[in-house]
Design a protein around this ligand. Structure first.
Ligand code: ATP
Ligand code: MG
Length: 409
């Protein structure tokens, strides 16, 4: 019986609560993503919506629900909670039980929110009543309303009430998929996974493309891109990773006399191929990890030259970030440990000793004219390897997530 009272998890909605008439659509998307994150959890689960809050429960340990919910973009906080019938007696009993296990000497505060104004007592009366009873039953605690060690939050709905006293920060942002689809140019470095994560937090579903230097480099960069995409896919319905071997085309550019323009010419080829791939996979924009002026290839002039080769807008979420900020963020989202591993990046292959910081379009075009660009791009796309990192859940487990029985009616 899924509707029995007991442990559950409260998920406070992030930015979608600012949305007006189409908030419903955002909430649906958020819940779809939550269901995907719950796949393979090993038991049945249910989801229920209250005002700006999603309640999650099921026949699985509460910690497992918390862990899965924390992966989902769009919740400001994830709070383990208990669910009791909305009566003063039940609320007080649950509060005493919850605070009974806390460290002696801790200061606590009770904060009450009444979403159901029919409830016979005001919020402050409930807080006063509950606080007094807790002190009676658990005298080793003390009340501290200014700097409490424990905040017991009580949210009273019409039928049921939620009590929570632990708050994990969520990933906030907009639900993945609510803003459209993008193709992320994913290298093995620190920047592009962080850019992808930011794009996802603005509601973009991400697919990934990685260019390797094959056949002239070892596959380490592909393994890294795979591991990075798998990490990023924890936050969205798994997006595909497309791997393109760029080595031969890089040689062709070198032979065509790219010289100091080699890196920018390669980057232009990457966005050409990526634009075409995006057209085939339904992505509306490209995403890169560029940050203005970070390296020679990321000067404004070079970015303009790269943009010119793309048929799609190139989004650069990290444009104004400093390297240290990017590395710190990579640590916090869990991609840094992968990015730091050694690889043979295709950009180092054939990189000139001094790359240009001011690529001039006429010279770039002259180099490119010595190649049949359409043919080169076509050849790159003919040999794309496609994988879905992180999609290892059994399909039959998908049906385990259903709506909360009270909502389904
Ligand atoms: P990163 O840390 O993301 O590799 P970077 O500081 O090394 O970035 P560049 O190598 O100039 O900077 O790359 C700039 C952007 O171009 C990357 O963030 C990425 O989006 C894209 N890019 C570079 N190399 C590749 C590659 N081999 N495959 C896919 N995208 C790439
Ligand atoms: Mg790089």
């Amino acid at each position: 019986m899924t509707s029995s009272y007991g442990p559950c998890v409260l998920l406070k909605h992030g930015e979608i609560f600012l949305k007006g008439h189409n908030r419903h659509r955002f909430t649906e998307r958020l819940h779809d993503n939550l269901r995907v994150a719950l796949r393979g959890i090993g038991g049945s689960t249910w989801i229920k919506t209250a005002q700006n809050v999603t309640v999650l429960g099921g026949q699985v340990p509460q910690e497992a629900l918390v862990e899965r919910a924390r992966r989902v973009i769009g919740f400001n906080s994830v709070e383990p909670a208990v669910r009791v019938p909305s009566t003063l007696e039940e609320i007080t009993r649950a509060a005493v039980e919850a605070l009974g296990g806390q460290r002696p000497g801790s200061g606590f505060a009770v904060r009450v929110k009444r979403r159901d104004k029919q409830f016979p007592l005001t919020s402050s009366r409930v807080a006063g009543h509950v606080g007094a009873r807790v002190l009676e039953e658990v005298p080793e605690l003390r009340v501290d309303l200014t700097r409490p060690d424990i905040v017991l939050a009580i949210e009273i709905d019409r039928k049921e009430t939620y009590l929570s006293w632990t708050r994990h920060p969520g990933l906030s942002g907009l639900p993945v998929g609510s803003s459209g689809r993008a193709l992320v140019l994913l290298s093995g470095g620190f920047d592009s996974p962080v850019a992808a994560h930011r794009a996802m937090r603005r509601g973009l579903t991400c697919e990934f493309v990685h260019f390797s230097g094959a056949p002239y480099t070892n596959p380490a960069s592909v393994y890294k891109a795979y591991a990075l995409a798998r990490e990023l896919n924890r936050h969205q319905p798994p997006g595909r990773l497309h791997v393109i071997a760029l080595g031969k085309a890089q040689k062709q550019l070198a032979v065509a006399g790219a010289g100091r323009l080699q890196v920018v010419a390669q980057r232009r080829l990457m966005v050409r191929a990526a634009s075409e791939l995006a057209a085939r996979t339904g992505a509306q924009a490209l995403v890169t990890g560029d940050s203005l002026g970070q390296v020679a290839s990321q000067t404004l002039a070079n970015m303009v030259a790269v943009d010119e080769a793309s048929t799609l807008p190139i989004l650069r979420p990290l444009i104004g970030w400093e390297k240290q900020e990017i590395i710190d963020e990579a640590r916090s989202i869990g991609t840094a440990d992968i990015s730091v591993l050694p690889d043979e990046d295709c950009c180092q292959l054939l990189a000139p000793p001094r790359a240009t910081t001011r690529a001039e379009l006429p010279r770039l075009r002259a180099v490119e004219r010595r190649l049949d660009l359409d043919e080169v791009t076509e050849a790159l796309l003919d040999n794309v390897r496609v994988m879905v990192p992180g999609d290892d859940t059994a399909p039959e487990e998908e049906s385990a997530t259903c709506r909360h029985p009270e909502v389904a009616r």
